[in-house]
Write a protein that binds this ligand. Structure first.
Ligand code: ATP
Length: 364
């Protein structure tokens, strides 16, 4: 297993007419030995470009890539000791599973017996023993995905690079394969670098998540850190389903406390007034931290109207309008609300997040 260090990595694609755009913009990141790091972000944020640079499939415009302190920025992909697993699997259709698995070893000049031994070992690890004589077209999507992973495994690479390897699987198989991958990572103890736009994949498998937006690294942290303490409005609005409610608000001094005032809501904050002067803020509250209360309750309240109710099975989401702000509240089913009804919510100071409206960065 290896450590990957990325230093100020950028990739700019030139467009003859439209000038150039930075697909990856000065990203620095350390991926430790044995980590399962997930690169997460919306479509077009630069995840694949970053991964392809690390794999050596794209030359960076700027920056360095180090593998265990060895500068590999300009090293050929085959000499990087990294194995890439693609979304499309990239299996050879005319070769059996066994020969697909053994392919990287044949090109390395391994003997037939040695290859057979390694192929059997990896097939056993991935539950592919029964399928060794089949060709890719005789396999299900999930089985093909496992063969692609197996082909990376036989090489015993220092790290695995994976670009949305589960995106061609149906929802049920994706969930099962997620669990298998996490278990395999535990078992191998290898370094995994995994690209996805799916926050559930990231939350369930990652030891650390790096959130990308517009080519820039927004935040890197454990799943809990990224979910519980988002460093920016972008991360807050990307993580969670539905994502965090973000409300324009004002921080006002009252006595020795600060209060956030947004429409009908006042949240007393436990911070001394000296820390933050009165100012405009973006107030963030997760849908699960909006508690339904009676309209006549005193204290911090949002008052509005229910627009729609979404049934999630064990939970419900109430989509509401508070003035012209849309809020989502999530709780156990049934919430007992109907569209068109008046509604009131409260929240606790410790469940609020404050962001700078101009920079989008976290204040508290
Ligand atoms: P997705 O999840 O949709 O695959 P992504 O986050 O992996 O997206 P990239 O594929 O890395 O995003 O693309 C980042 C940006 O760079 C996009 O705006 C894309 O259009 C642009 N881009 C990627 N490859 C090229 C290329 N070869 N030439 C020009 N622009 C490119």
């Amino acid at each position: 297993m290896s450590r990957i260090r990325i230093e100020g990595l950028s990739k700019t694609f030139g467009h003859a007419r439209r000038g150039s755009t930075a697909a990856v913009d000065s990203v620095s990141l350390d991926i430790d030995h044995g980590e399962f790091l997930v690169l997460l972000g919306p479509s077009g944020c630069g995840k694949s470009t970053l991964l392809r640079m690390i794999a050596g499939l794209l030359p960076p415009s700027e920056g360095r890539i180090l593998l265990d302190d060895r500068d590999i920025t300009h090293v050929a992909p085959k000499d990087r000791d990294l194995a890439m697993v693609f979304q499309s699997y990239a299996l050879y259709p005319h070769l059996t599973v066994a020969r697909n698995l053994g392919f990287p070893l044949r090109t390395r000049g391994w003997s037939r017996t040695r290859i057979d031994g390694k192929v059997r070992e990896v097939a056993a690890l991935l539950g592919l023993e029964e399928l060794l004589k089949r060709r890719p077209k005789e396999l299900s999507g999930g089985q093909r995905q496992r063969v692609a992973l197996g082909r990376a495994l036989v090489r015993d690479p220092g790290a695995f690079l994976m670009d949305e390897p589960l995106s061609n699987l149906d929802a049920k198989l994706r969930t099962a394969t997620r669990t298998e991958l996490a278990a395999l990572h535990q078992q191998l103890g290898s370094t995994f670098l995994y690209v996805t736009h799916d926050q559930v994949e990231a939350m369930t498998m990652a030891s650390r998540i790096a959130v990308l937006n517009n080519g820039r690294l927004e935040q890197a942290g454990t799943p809990s850190e990224v979910y519980d303490t988002p460093e920016s409005v972008f991360v807050a609005g990307f993580m969670g389903s539905p994502p965090m409610n973000l409300i324009d608000a004002r921080l006002e001094s009252r006595g020795d406390r600060l209060r956030v005032t947004a429409r009908d809501l006042e949240v007393p904050l436990e911070h001394p007034a000296g820390d933050l002067p009165p100012r405009d803020v973006v107030l963030g509250v997760r849908p699960e931290h909006l508690a339904l209360v009676s309209e006549h309750t005193r204290g911090p309240l949002f008052r509005g109207v229910v627009d729609a109710i979404e049934n999630l099975g064990n939970e419900e989401v109430a989509l509401c309008s508070v003035g012209d702000t849309k809020l989502a509240a999530r709780g156990p089913r049934p919430l007992g609300l109907q569209p068109g009804e008046p509604v009131a919510f409260t929240t606790l100071p410790e469940h609020t997040h404050l962001f700078d409206p101009t920079t989008g960065r976290r204040l508290v």
